[in-house]
Design a protein around this ligand. Structure first.
Ligand SMILES: Cc1cc2nc3c(=O)[nH]c(=O)nc-3n(C[C@H](O)[C@H](O)[C@H](O)COP(=O)(O)O)c2cc1C
Length: 213
């Protein structure tokens, strides 16, 4: 059983608009009470204390760690990363030609993780290039990343009900292709500045997803 909340910061809780409703799991329903290995992928170039999306992930991490889960956080915007070149040397099942932070640090953590948390600011109604760079590099281990649990969190300036539609559809399609189980979503519209996201209900939603796992 999952609780759904509207993705628009200007709408009341429980009201659904568009296809981007935030989603919080019921307590213990995801982990069954066992400690999970969680990888959080941040992708905002803003600093930790200015970023709106990193505020959400920090609240999620606070909740998840408090509930006894192990969390590894990756900073895609400041790490050494390279976009997939489509060379196919990996054959979708092997090492990547790039020996960067994705291959050496993030990929081993993702392969052993139970849950992947993708976090992004909304950029032109999609995810940041920094996050897309990571996702395209899934190519080298697509089948090994199959079957994970996943969470998506995004922040945006706009608050119209269609603001997150394209991104939430992309996430839904990714979940389907990767054979993932989506266990939580936060679509924090109307949150273009740190003060706005801190005043919104979305930080508490992110915390609750973490603590409820
Ligand atoms: C390149 C760029 C593109 C953006 N595109 C959108 C957009 O399409 N819709 C929107 O509502 N906000 C857009 N924004 C605003 C950001 O989503 C918003 O400021 C967000 O809170 C930034 O999150 P961060 O502080 O974690 O980076 C854009 C910002 C930038 C820098």
């Amino acid at each position: 059983m999952t609780l759904f909340f509207s993705g628009c910061g200007l709408l009341g809780l429980g009201e659904e608009k568009g296809n981007s409703s935030s989603k919080i799991p019921e307590k213990g329903s995801v982990s069954g009470g066992k400690a999970m290995k969680i990888v959080v992928i941040n992708s905002s170039p803003h600093s930790d204390d200015q970023s709106t999306s990193k505020y959400l992930s920090s609240r999620f991490i606070e909740g998840a760690k408090g509930a006894g889960h192990e969390v590894f956080a990756f900073d895609a915007a400041n790490a050494d990363t390279h976009p997939c070149r489509g060379c196919d040397k990996c054959g979708m099942d092997g090492p990547c030609i790039f020996k960067d932070d994705i291959e050496n640090t993030l990929m081993p953590k993702m392969l052993e993780a139970d849950l992947l948390v993708l976090v992004t600011p909304l950029y032109y109604f999609g995810m940041s290039a920094q996050l897309k760079t990571i996702i395209d590099r899934f190519y080298s281990r697509t089948s090994k990343l199959h079957g994970k649990k996943s969470i998506f969190m995004a922040t945006s300036y706009d608050s119209a009900d269609w603001t997150m539609e394209a991104l939430s559809t992309h996430y839904k399609t990714l979940v389907r292709y990767m054979g993932w189980q989506d266990v939580g979503q936060v679509w924090a519209t109307g949150c273009g500045a740190r003060s706005l996201v801190e005043r919104s209900e979305f930080g508490d939603m992110a915390y609750k997803i973490g603590v409820n796992l």
